[in-house]
Every structure is written in structure tokens, then in C-alpha cells.
Ligand binder design. Sequence first.
Ligand SMILES: [Zn+2]
Ligand SMILES: [Zn+2]
Length: 253
Amino acid sequence: MRITFLGTGTSQGIPIIGSTHPVCLSEDPKDRRLRVSVLIEWDDYKYVIDCGPDFREQMLRENCSKIDGIIFTHEHSDHVAGLDDIRPLCYRNGSMPIYAQQRVVDSLKRRFDYIFDAHNKYPGAPEIIVNVIKNKPFALPEMKVIPIRANHYFVDVFGYRFGDFIYLTDVKSVPAEEMHKFKNTKVLVVNALRITPHLSHFNLEEALNFIEEVNPERAYLTHISHLLGFHNEVEKMLPKHVYLAYDGLKITV
Ligand SMILES: [Zn+2]
Ligand SMILES: [Zn+2]
């Protein structure tokens, strides 16, 4: 399985428009972060988790002309706002399957009403196939995916396990009854927003404590704010098996 970090930034991205924070002004390409998403590939299949406002740029950067489906973690704008930009993929390859819990599908229907209007569909609107998922394993071709329910303040988010790989973002806590799903994780991706605590996201300390509890072979931090600091400085502070993800990073699991 190959994983590409399409984006690793928090909701505003880095740099933030108009910001003069040193991390926003950094010339290091690793300090430039688009909104979070990953591309997961196995055999000839390609799926993305989330489809944020930078989706178009991410597809162009990775030279991606085919996606077999989009799996959503939750309905916040930084995770869904790029849905209209799947149009070139639909024109090329046909309808796009999406996978999300019912509440997230309902939110997409409000945000993108013209996509879901079965009677008076706007010509050229994206064609999607909705797959409503629950907190139960579901099948993709040659792959079982296990959702993991976690808390993002009062919003329920889904993380996903693909084989020995787990992707979890926008998490503030993971309920005890979900922890068995992390057994024997090889690679864990988890959010770490900044140094100081935040209402709805792990800060660095909480993310590192969580990684210690899961005990994967390797872990990557994502959904990063400029307030976490410079990529190269933060990475030096991390335990040996923990890395700061950056846009364009590719790993094999
Ligand atoms: Zn987010
Ligand atoms: Zn969120």
C-alpha cells in the first residue's frame, strides 16, 4: 500500500492569508501545508480520504487522473469543500463513489444541493454514488476498511484502518471502546495541531501520548498549524519513530 500526503495543514492552511508569523513566511517548502488529505493506493486502486479546498491543486501536483472513491472523515469545510472539483475525474471516468456517515452525507446535500438534485440536475455537475457507512467494516476492492469513531469536540469523526495503516484526523479523544481497533498498527497518522491545548484537536503532547498508547512501528503527525513551529525544528523534538508529515511525502506500508 502506498500513501501520499496530499495536504498536512490545519483548516486555514499554511501560510495563512495575510499572516506575518515566521512559519507563514518560511521559505522551507515543508512549512507550506495545504488542507489535509491522503491518497491511498493498492494494486491499481486509488482512494482519497477527504476532499478539501485544495483538492484540485493536490490532484494536479500528484498527476492524478483517476480516483476510485472518496472517503470522508467529517463534514468540516477543510475536509469537503473541494467536492465540486471532482468534475474532470467524473467526465473522464464516470460517477465517483463517496463513503461517509449519514450525518456527513446530509451536510454534503446542504452544501452541494445541485449535486444531489435528482430531478433538476445542473448539467455538468459532479456525478456521485453515495455509500452511507456506519461504524462497521466495509469493503473496497481487495481491501477491508475499518472505521474508528473518535471525538472532535462535539462532532463524531471517523478515522479509518486499511490493513496495518490507520489514518485519524481532527481528533480530541478516542473512546475506550474503539481502542481495540488499533491493535498491531504498523503506521499511524494522527493530528497534532500546535503546542498549546485546543478545544477540538490533539495538541503535540496529546498526540504523542496517544501514539505511545497505540504503540505503532511508525507514526506521522498531520493537520498542523503554523503555531506548531518550523517543520525542521519540530521534527528534531520528536521521538525516533514519530515524524512530522509534509505535503507530498510518500510512504509505503
Ligand atoms: Zn480539519
Ligand atoms: Zn474538523
